[in-house]
Design a protein around this ligand. Sequence first.
Ligand SMILES: [Zn+2]
Length: 186
Amino acid sequence: MLHEFIHGQERHMAVCHSYLYGYGRLYTRAQERLLSPKRYQVPSSLLKAMEWVFLKSKLDKLLLQLQAQLTAPKKKYKYFTESEVEGLNHEFVLLLDKARGIAGIPFKINSGFRTKEHNKAVGGVKNSAHLGGLAIDANAKGGSDIYIIVYACMQVGIKRIGINWDKHFVHIDVDYSKPTPTIYKY
Ligand SMILES: [Zn+2]
C-alpha cells in the first residue's frame, strides 16, 4: 500500500514537473519573441493592418467630433449669447444682432430685460421698455462709439434711441407704443 502511494505521488510530481518545464519553455520563447524582433519579424502585412487600425481609430474620432458639431444646438444669434439677451424679445435681438454686425464694435449690454423690482432699483421709468424686453443699454466709450452704434441701429430700422452722455451708453428701444421716431438725451 505504502509503496503504491509513494509511487503515485512520484508520478504526480513528474507530471507537475513536465508541465512546469513546458510553461517555462513557452515563457522563454515568448520573451525571445519580444526581445529579438529580428529573429521573429512581424510581417509587413500585419504592420499595415495595425497602421490601418490606428488610422481608423483617428478617423472614427474625427467623425464623432464632426457629428457632435452637426448635431449641436445651433446658436441663435451671431454676436450675443443666450444669457446676455435673456428675457429680451427675439425679433428685437435679431435686429440688434444685425446692427452689431454693421457697427463692427461690441454692443456690451449693461442693462437688458428688467423685472419690475430691478427697474425700480436702477431708477428706470415706470413704463420702461426694458420691462417688456424691448430695450437695451449698450456701453459706448465716447462720441465715436455712440455715433457708430446709433448709425448702425438706424440702418436696421430701430427708431427709438436714448443717449446718456454722462454715463456713456446708448439706450436702444423698439417699444413703438411710445413716441416714434426719436432720439432723446438723459
Ligand atoms: Zn435703457
